[in-house]
Design a protein around this ligand. Structure first.
Ligand code: MN
Length: 231
């Protein structure tokens, strides 16, 4: 095919135990999927899951050793960390029932849904899209993907984040309001999932601001840890 300029490279993520990389198609994110985080954001009660997206090239894949550096985002003075379990889709599909969701999962990773909280809050107040608060460049750091068969019982895993060694977020994946299967059921009713899709499943309580020079360490037990330095 003749292109008017060179097509950009597909963003890719490392996979534990192989040199082969995971090509990213889309990034879906679930909003308010842990009850204690929903409360800290001013919401209570079980609401249907809702989704937003980040561009695929917002991923910042960790290099060897699980560490990566991101720039402090422009336009914000309240850049927040949100540690999340990321589900990596290996087999696409539409209208996938929760009970069959596992057949579509390639693996799991630790991710950060970096958020310009001040801009997100402004957009919420005005009823405008969250894109500028959520879908900006470098907003989706991610650690290496562990294959589902090697990830253990991820549904029970501890999930945690520290900043400069100080605990900020600590919970368990079993505190998800909507389970991984239910998320995939709802998501695949709205979009046809494709191999390469990443799903950031939501963050537990304890979100907060970072500043330049901070070192964020994020983990989900059973997965490769992720270290993000804010430069
Ligand atoms: Mn999030």
């Amino acid at each position: 095919m003749n292109l008017v300029f060179e097509a950009p490279a597909v963003p890719t993520v490392a996979v534990v135990g192989t040199d082969a990389r995971f090509p990213v198609h889309r990034i879906y994110c679930v909003g308010r999927n842990y009850a204690e985080h929903a409360k800290e954001m001013g919401f209570t009660g079980r609401e249907p899951p809702f989704f937003f997206m980040k561009p695929a090239d917002a991923v910042v894949p960790a290099g060897a050793g699980g560490a990566v550096t991101i720039p402090y985002a422009t336009l914000t003075s309240n850049l927040h960390h949100e540690v999340e379990l990321v589900v990596a889709i290996g087999t696409g599909g539409a209208s996938i029932p929760a009970a069959r969701a596992h057949e579509h999962i390639f693996g799991y990773a630790v991710g950060l849904d970096m958020t310009r909280r001040d801009l997100q809050n402004d957009m919420k107040k005005q009823g405008r899209p969250w894109c500028i608060g959520k879908g900006f460049d470098h907003s989706a750091p991610i650690g290496a993907i562990t294959r589902a068969t090697e990830a253990g019982t991820i549904e029970q895993a501890a999930i945690a984040l520290t900043v400069n060694g100080q605990p900020r977020q600590s919970s368990r994946v079993d505190q998800l309001i909507w389970t991984i299967g239910e998320v995939i059921e709802h998501l695949s009713a709205a979009w046809t999932l494709q191999p390469g899709d990443l799903i950031y499943t939501g963050t537990p309580e304890g979100v907060g601001a970072v500043v330049k020079g901070d070192r964020i360490e994020a983990r989900v037990d059973g997965l490769a840890p992720l270290t993000v330095v804010v430069a």
